[in-house]
Design a protein around this ligand. Structure first.
Ligand code: ADP
Ligand code: MG
Length: 324
Protein backbone atom coordinates (compact mmCIF):
# COMPACT_ATOMS: atom_id res chain seq x y z
CA UNK A 1 0.00 0.00 0.00
CA UNK A 2 1.33 3.44 -0.93
CA UNK A 3 1.28 6.63 1.11
CA UNK A 4 -1.89 7.96 -0.51
CA UNK A 5 -3.90 4.75 -0.07
CA UNK A 6 -2.78 4.65 3.55
CA UNK A 7 -4.01 8.22 4.12
CA UNK A 8 -7.28 7.41 2.37
CA UNK A 9 -7.90 4.21 4.31
CA UNK A 10 -6.95 5.32 7.81
CA UNK A 11 -7.21 9.09 7.96
CA UNK A 12 -9.99 10.10 5.61
CA UNK A 13 -13.62 9.56 6.46
CA UNK A 14 -16.42 9.66 3.98
CA UNK A 15 -18.51 11.58 6.44
CA UNK A 16 -20.21 14.71 5.00
CA UNK A 17 -18.64 17.76 6.51
CA UNK A 18 -21.47 20.11 7.36
CA UNK A 19 -19.32 22.55 9.25
CA UNK A 20 -19.06 26.19 8.33
CA UNK A 21 -15.56 26.45 9.83
CA UNK A 22 -14.00 24.00 7.33
CA UNK A 23 -14.05 24.81 3.63
CA UNK A 24 -11.52 22.19 2.62
CA UNK A 25 -10.01 19.35 4.68
CA UNK A 26 -7.78 16.41 3.68
CA UNK A 27 -6.96 15.96 -0.01
CA UNK A 28 -5.58 19.25 -1.27
CA UNK A 29 -2.27 20.99 -0.68
CA UNK A 30 -3.71 22.83 2.30
CA UNK A 31 -6.80 22.77 4.43
CA UNK A 32 -8.87 25.95 4.25
CA UNK A 33 -10.75 27.04 7.35
CA UNK A 34 -12.76 29.92 8.75
CA UNK A 35 -12.59 31.44 12.24
CA UNK A 36 -16.04 32.71 13.34
CA UNK A 37 -16.44 36.46 13.80
CA UNK A 38 -15.52 37.86 17.22
CA UNK A 39 -13.25 34.91 17.90
CA UNK A 40 -9.52 34.33 17.90
CA UNK A 41 -7.54 31.26 17.00
CA UNK A 42 -5.50 29.35 19.62
CA UNK A 43 -2.88 26.98 18.16
CA UNK A 44 -0.74 24.33 19.86
CA UNK A 45 1.64 21.57 18.77
CA UNK A 46 2.91 18.53 20.65
CA UNK A 47 5.20 15.73 19.54
CA UNK A 48 5.25 12.22 20.97
CA UNK A 49 8.35 10.16 20.21
CA UNK A 50 8.54 6.39 20.69
CA UNK A 51 10.77 5.43 23.67
CA UNK A 52 10.76 9.02 24.92
CA UNK A 53 7.04 9.63 25.49
CA UNK A 54 5.60 6.16 25.10
CA UNK A 55 6.76 2.56 24.94
CA UNK A 56 6.86 0.75 21.60
CA UNK A 57 4.31 -1.84 22.77
CA UNK A 58 1.65 0.74 23.73
CA UNK A 59 -1.80 -0.03 22.34
CA UNK A 60 -2.01 2.14 19.17
CA UNK A 61 -5.58 3.21 20.03
CA UNK A 62 -4.38 4.49 23.44
CA UNK A 63 -1.46 6.24 21.76
CA UNK A 64 -3.68 8.11 19.31
CA UNK A 65 -6.14 8.97 22.06
CA UNK A 66 -3.45 10.37 24.33
CA UNK A 67 -1.67 12.28 21.56
CA UNK A 68 -4.90 14.14 20.80
CA UNK A 69 -5.86 14.49 24.48
CA UNK A 70 -2.61 16.27 25.40
CA UNK A 71 -3.09 18.78 22.59
CA UNK A 72 -6.72 19.41 23.51
CA UNK A 73 -5.57 19.91 27.09
CA UNK A 74 -3.39 22.82 25.96
CA UNK A 75 -6.44 24.35 24.29
CA UNK A 76 -8.47 23.77 27.49
CA UNK A 77 -5.79 25.68 29.42
CA UNK A 78 -6.47 28.72 27.21
CA UNK A 79 -10.25 28.41 27.55
CA UNK A 80 -10.45 27.53 23.84
CA UNK A 81 -13.03 25.40 22.07
CA UNK A 82 -11.08 22.83 20.04
CA UNK A 83 -12.07 22.54 16.37
CA UNK A 84 -9.28 21.25 14.10
CA UNK A 85 -6.26 19.00 14.33
CA UNK A 86 -3.57 17.98 11.87
CA UNK A 87 -1.38 14.93 12.26
CA UNK A 88 2.20 14.39 11.12
CA UNK A 89 2.88 10.70 11.48
CA UNK A 90 6.21 8.93 11.03
CA UNK A 91 5.94 5.15 10.81
CA UNK A 92 8.66 2.51 10.61
CA UNK A 93 6.41 0.40 8.33
CA UNK A 94 2.86 0.09 7.03
CA UNK A 95 1.33 -2.22 9.67
CA UNK A 96 -2.40 -2.52 8.94
CA UNK A 97 -3.37 -3.93 12.33
CA UNK A 98 -1.50 -1.10 14.07
CA UNK A 99 -2.91 1.60 11.78
CA UNK A 100 -6.44 0.35 12.10
CA UNK A 101 -6.32 0.50 15.93
CA UNK A 102 -4.55 3.87 15.80
CA UNK A 103 -7.21 5.27 13.51
CA UNK A 104 -10.00 3.98 15.79
CA UNK A 105 -8.47 5.66 18.88
CA UNK A 106 -7.91 8.84 16.92
CA UNK A 107 -11.46 9.22 15.63
CA UNK A 108 -12.93 8.13 18.97
CA UNK A 109 -11.49 11.13 20.81
CA UNK A 110 -12.01 13.50 17.87
CA UNK A 111 -15.71 12.59 17.87
CA UNK A 112 -15.94 12.94 21.66
CA UNK A 113 -14.85 16.58 21.37
CA UNK A 114 -16.35 17.38 17.96
CA UNK A 115 -12.93 18.02 16.45
CA UNK A 116 -12.08 17.40 12.79
CA UNK A 117 -8.83 16.04 11.32
CA UNK A 118 -8.07 18.53 8.54
CA UNK A 119 -4.67 17.39 7.27
CA UNK A 120 -1.24 16.10 8.05
CA UNK A 121 1.78 14.37 6.68
CA UNK A 122 2.85 10.74 6.50
CA UNK A 123 6.49 9.70 6.40
CA UNK A 124 8.68 6.68 7.07
CA UNK A 125 11.12 6.51 9.98
CA UNK A 126 11.33 6.05 13.76
CA UNK A 127 7.78 6.05 15.18
CA UNK A 128 6.67 9.52 16.22
CA UNK A 129 3.66 11.75 15.91
CA UNK A 130 3.22 15.48 15.91
CA UNK A 131 -0.21 16.96 16.34
CA UNK A 132 -1.26 20.53 15.86
CA UNK A 133 -4.60 21.46 17.39
CA UNK A 134 -6.50 24.68 16.85
CA UNK A 135 -9.48 26.14 18.64
CA UNK A 136 -11.52 29.30 19.07
CA UNK A 137 -11.47 31.80 21.93
CA UNK A 138 -14.04 34.61 22.17
CA UNK A 139 -12.39 37.97 21.51
CA UNK A 140 -11.25 39.77 24.70
CA UNK A 141 -11.22 36.52 26.70
CA UNK A 142 -8.69 33.78 27.40
CA UNK A 143 -6.64 32.14 30.14
CA UNK A 144 -2.99 33.19 30.22
CA UNK A 145 0.01 32.26 32.32
CA UNK A 146 0.91 35.91 32.88
CA UNK A 147 -2.42 36.91 34.45
CA UNK A 148 -2.08 35.70 38.09
CA UNK A 149 -2.59 38.50 40.62
CA UNK A 150 -1.74 38.88 44.33
CA UNK A 151 -4.47 37.39 46.58
CA UNK A 152 -5.87 35.21 43.79
CA UNK A 153 -6.81 31.73 44.96
CA UNK A 154 -5.18 28.75 43.26
CA UNK A 155 -7.32 25.82 42.18
CA UNK A 156 -6.80 22.50 40.46
CA UNK A 157 -9.47 20.70 38.48
CA UNK A 158 -9.03 17.17 39.78
CA UNK A 159 -6.89 14.53 41.49
CA UNK A 160 -3.14 14.97 41.21
CA UNK A 161 -0.47 12.30 40.86
CA UNK A 162 -2.68 9.55 39.41
CA UNK A 163 -0.96 9.56 36.03
CA UNK A 164 2.53 9.31 37.55
CA UNK A 165 1.27 6.48 39.77
CA UNK A 166 -0.20 4.79 36.66
CA UNK A 167 3.15 5.08 34.90
CA UNK A 168 4.88 3.64 37.96
CA UNK A 169 2.51 0.65 37.84
CA UNK A 170 3.14 0.25 34.11
CA UNK A 171 6.90 0.18 34.64
CA UNK A 172 6.82 -1.85 37.89
CA UNK A 173 3.66 -4.02 37.89
CA UNK A 174 2.81 -5.17 41.42
CA UNK A 175 1.20 -8.41 40.20
CA UNK A 176 0.15 -10.05 36.94
CA UNK A 177 -3.49 -9.01 37.40
CA UNK A 178 -4.35 -5.50 38.44
CA UNK A 179 -7.02 -4.63 40.99
CA UNK A 180 -9.58 -1.90 40.40
CA UNK A 181 -7.47 0.85 42.00
CA UNK A 182 -4.49 -0.07 39.84
CA UNK A 183 -6.71 -0.24 36.77
CA UNK A 184 -8.01 3.28 37.49
CA UNK A 185 -4.47 4.67 37.89
CA UNK A 186 -3.30 3.02 34.66
CA UNK A 187 -6.28 4.48 32.81
CA UNK A 188 -5.51 7.98 34.16
CA UNK A 189 -2.05 7.59 32.66
CA UNK A 190 -3.15 6.11 29.34
CA UNK A 191 -6.31 8.12 28.69
CA UNK A 192 -6.11 11.56 30.28
CA UNK A 193 -9.16 13.81 30.14
CA UNK A 194 -8.68 17.26 28.58
CA UNK A 195 -10.74 19.65 30.75
CA UNK A 196 -12.39 21.40 27.81
CA UNK A 197 -15.77 22.16 29.37
CA UNK A 198 -14.18 23.58 32.52
CA UNK A 199 -11.70 25.70 30.53
CA UNK A 200 -14.59 27.35 28.70
CA UNK A 201 -16.53 27.96 31.92
CA UNK A 202 -13.43 29.50 33.50
CA UNK A 203 -13.47 32.33 30.93
CA UNK A 204 -16.14 34.06 33.03
CA UNK A 205 -14.22 33.76 36.31
CA UNK A 206 -10.51 33.57 35.63
CA UNK A 207 -7.83 34.99 33.37
CA UNK A 208 -5.05 32.59 34.28
CA UNK A 209 -4.58 28.85 33.80
CA UNK A 210 -2.10 26.19 32.80
CA UNK A 211 -2.56 22.48 32.23
CA UNK A 212 -0.48 20.20 34.42
CA UNK A 213 1.69 18.25 32.03
CA UNK A 214 5.06 18.30 33.81
CA UNK A 215 3.88 18.23 37.45
CA UNK A 216 2.04 20.72 39.68
CA UNK A 217 5.15 22.51 41.01
CA UNK A 218 6.84 22.72 37.61
CA UNK A 219 3.73 24.03 35.86
CA UNK A 220 2.75 26.36 38.70
CA UNK A 221 6.25 27.86 38.51
CA UNK A 222 5.53 28.77 34.86
CA UNK A 223 2.56 30.85 36.06
CA UNK A 224 4.69 32.44 38.80
CA UNK A 225 7.45 33.18 36.35
CA UNK A 226 5.20 34.75 33.73
CA UNK A 227 3.11 36.64 36.32
CA UNK A 228 6.10 37.60 38.51
CA UNK A 229 4.53 36.49 41.78
CA UNK A 230 4.86 34.01 44.64
CA UNK A 231 2.54 31.43 46.13
CA UNK A 232 1.69 29.34 49.17
CA UNK A 233 0.38 25.83 48.60
CA UNK A 234 -1.22 23.83 51.40
CA UNK A 235 -0.19 20.24 50.79
CA UNK A 236 -3.04 18.98 53.01
CA UNK A 237 -5.47 20.40 50.44
CA UNK A 238 -4.00 18.59 47.42
CA UNK A 239 -6.73 16.31 46.06
CA UNK A 240 -5.63 12.66 46.14
CA UNK A 241 -7.73 9.87 44.68
CA UNK A 242 -8.84 6.94 46.80
CA UNK A 243 -6.85 4.72 44.42
CA UNK A 244 -3.51 6.49 44.90
CA UNK A 245 -4.04 6.45 48.66
CA UNK A 246 -4.75 2.71 48.66
CA UNK A 247 -1.81 1.82 46.44
CA UNK A 248 0.90 4.16 47.77
CA UNK A 249 2.15 5.55 51.08
CA UNK A 250 1.02 9.09 51.88
CA UNK A 251 4.46 10.57 51.24
CA UNK A 252 4.82 8.77 47.89
CA UNK A 253 1.32 9.87 46.83
CA UNK A 254 2.13 13.45 47.84
CA UNK A 255 5.35 13.35 45.86
CA UNK A 256 3.47 12.11 42.77
CA UNK A 257 0.90 14.88 43.28
CA UNK A 258 3.54 17.62 43.53
CA UNK A 259 6.00 16.46 40.90
CA UNK A 260 4.38 13.75 38.76
CA UNK A 261 3.59 14.72 35.18
CA UNK A 262 0.76 14.10 32.75
CA UNK A 263 -2.30 14.55 34.93
CA UNK A 264 -3.60 17.12 32.42
CA UNK A 265 -5.71 18.75 35.11
CA UNK A 266 -5.99 22.53 34.95
CA UNK A 267 -4.29 24.73 37.54
CA UNK A 268 -5.91 28.17 37.57
CA UNK A 269 -6.45 31.29 39.64
CA UNK A 270 -9.72 32.78 40.87
CA UNK A 271 -9.83 36.33 42.29
CA UNK A 272 -10.96 36.19 45.94
CA UNK A 273 -14.09 38.24 45.24
CA UNK A 274 -15.25 35.70 42.61
CA UNK A 275 -14.80 32.62 44.81
CA UNK A 276 -18.43 32.30 45.94
CA UNK A 277 -19.82 32.76 42.42
CA UNK A 278 -17.29 30.32 41.06
CA UNK A 279 -18.02 27.64 43.65
CA UNK A 280 -21.77 28.05 43.11
CA UNK A 281 -21.26 27.56 39.39
CA UNK A 282 -19.20 24.39 40.05
CA UNK A 283 -21.98 23.02 42.24
CA UNK A 284 -24.63 23.78 39.63
CA UNK A 285 -22.55 22.07 36.92
CA UNK A 286 -21.61 19.19 39.25
CA UNK A 287 -17.91 19.81 38.72
CA UNK A 288 -15.20 19.33 41.36
CA UNK A 289 -12.30 21.72 41.69
CA UNK A 290 -10.04 22.13 44.70
CA UNK A 291 -8.60 25.30 46.20
CA UNK A 292 -4.99 24.48 47.15
CA UNK A 293 -3.44 27.83 47.98
CA UNK A 294 -3.08 31.44 46.96
CA UNK A 295 -0.86 33.98 45.26
CA UNK A 296 0.95 35.78 48.07
CA UNK A 297 3.15 38.51 46.67
CA UNK A 298 4.31 40.32 43.58
CA UNK A 299 7.88 39.08 43.81
CA UNK A 300 10.35 36.43 42.81
CA UNK A 301 8.52 33.28 41.69
CA UNK A 302 8.74 31.57 45.07
CA UNK A 303 6.68 28.51 46.02
CA UNK A 304 6.13 27.92 49.75
CA UNK A 305 4.70 24.55 50.76
CA UNK A 306 2.68 24.47 53.98
CA UNK A 307 1.76 21.41 56.02
CA UNK A 308 -0.52 22.13 59.00
CA UNK A 309 0.49 25.78 58.86
CA UNK A 310 4.25 25.10 58.87
CA UNK A 311 6.64 25.50 55.92
CA UNK A 312 8.03 22.21 54.61
CA UNK A 313 10.87 21.75 52.09
CA UNK A 314 10.20 21.50 48.36
CA UNK A 315 10.93 18.13 46.72
CA UNK A 316 14.43 18.05 45.15
CA UNK A 317 13.31 17.50 41.57
CA UNK A 318 10.15 19.43 40.86
CA UNK A 319 9.14 18.19 37.43
CA UNK A 320 10.06 16.65 34.16
CA UNK A 321 12.44 18.37 31.77
CA UNK A 322 13.77 16.65 28.63
CA UNK A 323 17.15 18.35 28.76
CA UNK A 324 17.91 18.28 32.48
P1 ADP B 1 1.75 17.45 0.02
O1 ADP B 1 2.72 16.54 -0.63
O2 ADP B 1 1.10 18.42 -0.88
O3 ADP B 1 2.30 18.06 1.28
P2 ADP B 1 0.66 15.06 1.06
O4 ADP B 1 0.83 14.15 -0.08
O5 ADP B 1 1.65 15.01 2.18
O6 ADP B 1 0.53 16.53 0.50
O7 ADP B 1 -0.77 14.81 1.71
C1 ADP B 1 -1.92 14.70 0.90
C2 ADP B 1 -3.13 15.10 1.72
O8 ADP B 1 -3.29 14.19 2.78
C3 ADP B 1 -2.98 16.48 2.34
O9 ADP B 1 -4.27 17.08 2.33
C4 ADP B 1 -2.54 16.19 3.74
O10 ADP B 1 -2.95 17.21 4.63
C5 ADP B 1 -3.24 14.86 4.03
N1 ADP B 1 -2.50 14.00 4.97
C6 ADP B 1 -1.29 13.42 4.80
N2 ADP B 1 -0.96 12.65 5.84
C7 ADP B 1 -1.99 12.74 6.73
C8 ADP B 1 -2.26 12.19 8.02
N3 ADP B 1 -1.39 11.38 8.65
N4 ADP B 1 -3.43 12.51 8.60
C9 ADP B 1 -4.30 13.34 8.00
N5 ADP B 1 -4.13 13.88 6.79
C10 ADP B 1 -2.99 13.60 6.17
MG1 MG C 1 3.60 16.06 2.33
Amino acid sequence: MGEFDLIKQYFTRNKRLDRSDILLAIGDDCAVTQVPTHHRLAITTDTLVCDTHFLADICPADLAYKAIAVNLSDLAAMGATPRWVSLALTLPKCDHHWLSLFSQGLFQILDEYDVELIGGDTTKGHLSLTITAQGFIPQQQGLFRHQAKVNDLIYVSGYLGDSAAGLDLLLNPKSSECNSAQHYLLQRHLKPTPRIALGKLLLDYSQCAIDISDGLLADLSHILNRSQCSTEIEVDKLPLSQAIQTEYSHSKALNFALTGGEDYELCFTIPENRQTDFENMLKAKQLNCYCIGKITSQSAENIRLLHQGKTIPLPKQIGFDHFR
